[in-house]
Design a protein around this ligand. Structure first.
Ligand code: HPA
Length: 235
C-alpha cells in the first residue's frame, strides 16, 4: 500500500487511465473493462484493474487540480511500476476553433501553477506529452471529427480572477483550459514514463455553451476509446 492508494504492488496495471472524477473511474471500469476489480477506495478515490481486449488496464481517479493529481502520479509511478498514464478529463474551450464535445490531445501544457516554478527555481520548464503516445492517440482518432492536437492551459483556478489572460494565451496558440496536464507531464518526465492528456470540451469560455450530462457521457466514451487504443498500442 502507498500512502493514498490501498493496493498491493501488482494490483495496478502498467497502463492507467486517469480521470479526475472517481465516479468516472468506476463508470469506465464498468463500461469498458472485463473482470474489473476495485483495488482502492481510500478517500473515495476509486481505482480498478481489469482487461480491455486482452490487455491489463487500470483506471484510477486523480481528483481535481495539480496538487491532488500529483499525489497519485507520484505513487503510481514511484511505487507501482506504472509505465503509462493517460488523463481522460474535461476542458473548457478558449478559442472559436473548438466546439463543445470536441476532443483535445494535449501536446503540451502551460500553467499558472507555482509547482514547477518552485521545482525549477524560476526556470520555465516545458511540460510535453509523450510523442509516441500522442502519435498513437492521433492515429486512434482517424476518422473522428473534432479532434485537435495542441496546447492546453493547466490552471490552478476553475474560477479565474484574471479572465483577460485567457485571450493572451489564445493569441499564443492555447486551445483549452483544464487543471492537471502540466503536473502529469512534468512528473512523467521525471520518472521517465509516458503520459498524455486527452480532454473533451465540456464548456466554452467565450460562447458560454455547455454540454448536457448525456452528451458528456457519450463524448467521454469516445475519449476513453481513443485512450485505450493509444495506450495499448504503445505498450
Ligand atoms: N476551467 C478549468 N477546467 C475546466 C474547465 C474550465 O473552464 N472546464 C472543464 N475543465
Amino acid at each position: 500500500m502507498s500512502t493514498h492508494i490501498g493496493a498491493e504492488r501488482g494490483d495496478v496495471a502498467p497502463l492507467v487511465l486517469f480521470p479526475g472524477d472517481p465516479l468516472r473511474a468506476r463508470w469506465i471500469a464498468e463500461t469498458y473493462l472485463e473482470d474489473a476489480r476495485l483495488y482502492t477506495e481510500v478517500r473515495g478515490m476509486y481505482g480498478y484493474t481489469g482487461t480491455w481486449q486482452g490487455h491489463r488496464v487500470s483506471v484510477q481517479g486523480s481528483g481535481m487540480g495539480q496538487p491532488s493529481l500529483a499525489i497519485y502520479v507520484n505513487e503510481l509511478l514511484g511505487e507501482y511500476d506504472v509505465q503509462t498514464i493517460i488523463r481522460v478529463g474535461s476542458c473548457g474551450a478558449m478559442t472559436e476553433r473548438l466546439a463543445v464535445r470536441d476532443i483535445v490531445l494535449a501536446s503540451g501544457a502551460c500553467t499558472d501553477s507555482s509547482m514547477n516554478r518552485i521545482r525549477f527555481e524560476g526556470l520555465d520548464y516545458a511540460p510535453v506529452a509523450d510523442f509516441d503516445l500522442l502519435h498513437a492517440a492521433h492515429d486512434a482518432s482517424a476518422g473522428r471529427s473534432g479532434v485537435h492536437v495542441g496546447l492546453v492551459y493547466s490552471s490552478d483556478s476553475f474560477y479565474s480572477s484574471r479572465p483577460e489572460l485567457a485571450q493572451r494565451l489564445v493569441d499564443y496558440g492555447v486551445l483549452a483550459v483544464e487543471m492537471e496536464a502540466s503536473a502529469l507531464y512534468t512528473l512523467a518526465a521525471k520518472f521517465r514514463r509516458r503520459a498524455l492528456a486527452v480532454c473533451t470540451v465540456s464548456d466554452h469560455l467565450f460562447t458560454g455553451e455547455e454540454t448536457t450530462a448525456l452528451e458528456r457521457e457519450q463524448t467521454f466514451g469516445e475519449m476513453v476509446e481513443i485512450a485505450l487504443a493509444a495506450g495499448t498500442a504503445v505498450g
